[in-house]
Design a protein around this ligand. Structure first.
Ligand code: ZN
Length: 270
């Protein structure tokens, strides 16, 4: 779900290449899964990361995953990894249950909370913030701004507050192209900030209430590097993961591809 026809074509082509490289006589489901991961998240990248940074990345990705699990309105995590892919140091990949064409307010707020969950986990555990959340913050801010300016989902009501130009900084449009007053620009800033603040608080509260699972998941990520849906289910039930459940490593000598994880329908949290 969430893929266009062209995306699917890319996945199938990639799967055919993978299958040919390994002398399969036909394309297996495993080839398709690996092809999908590569198309959606970018190729795996071999870089050396210190143990300290790995730990931060693990908590960051676990933070996203926890929020996606704890907020019913948003998609659950399909897979989470601290293996660097494309430009990302770690990826939380969620899968919509079906294609979706309307974006409800509750879901917007849930998604913003999920985006902020990575840095919220860093803050709770390490009492420190890193630059790893810049893409999350950008997307969360963009979503909050669209709620206020395009979708009438704030106290400002159903007024289109956009501009022809898409250059935006926290709701303050480029002066010559905007269609509202300074006073309104200020209100937009306040509304956007209010949404971001309440979502960040919600993320921190949810993580704090489930801190044991957050620790268990981060430790499992450090041990296994990648967790699939099955393993996540067991973690949420409070079970321990056995070492032999480590998923097959995917070959990583392939050319780097720009991560397509940014698109909203294919939510990959970097
Ligand atoms: Zn993130």
């Amino acid at each position: 779900p969430g893929m266009s026809g062209a995306d699917l074509e890319n996945v199938v082509n990639e799967a055919a290449l993978l299958a040919a490289r390994e002398d399969h006589s036909m394309i297996t489901m495993e080839d398709l899964e690996r092809a999908k991961d590569k198309i959606v998240m970018g190729a795996e990248r071999k870089i050396i990361i210190s143990d300290e940074e790995k730990k931060i990345i693990a908590y960051h990705e676990a933070g996203h995953t926890m929020i996606q699990e704890l907020i019913p309105e948003i998609d659950n995590t399909h897979m989470v990894t601290i293996v660097s892919r494309g430009r990302a140091l770690g990826v939380t990949y969620s899968l919509p249950a079906e294609d979706m064409y309307l974006y409800a307010r509750k879901r917007c707020l849930g998604d913003i909370t999920g985006l902020l969950g990575g840095q919220a986990a860093e803050k709770i555990v390490f009492d420190e913030l890193t630059s790893g959340a810049s893409n999350d913050i950008e997307r969360a801010t963009d979503l909050a701004r669209r709620m206020v300016c395009d979708w009438g989902m704030s106290e400002l009501g159903p007024i289109s507050l956009g501009s022809k130009d898409e250059e935006v900084f926290l709701g303050r449009e480029i002066v010559q192209s905007r269609n509202h007053s300074d006073q309104t620009a200020l209100k937009i800033d306040q509304e956007v900030r209010g949404i971001i603040d309440s979502c960040r608080n919600r993320a921190e509260t949810l993580l704090q209430q489930n801190i044991d699972i957050l620790h268990a998941m981060s430790n499992a990520l450090l041990e296994f590097e990648t967790l699939d849906r099955d393993q996540l289910d067991r973690l949420f039930r409070g079970e321990k993961l056995e070492p032999e459940e480590m998923p097959e490593p995917v070959s990583s000598d392939e050319e780097q591809r720009i991560a397509r994880a940014d698109s909203l329908s294919m939510k990959g949290f970097l």
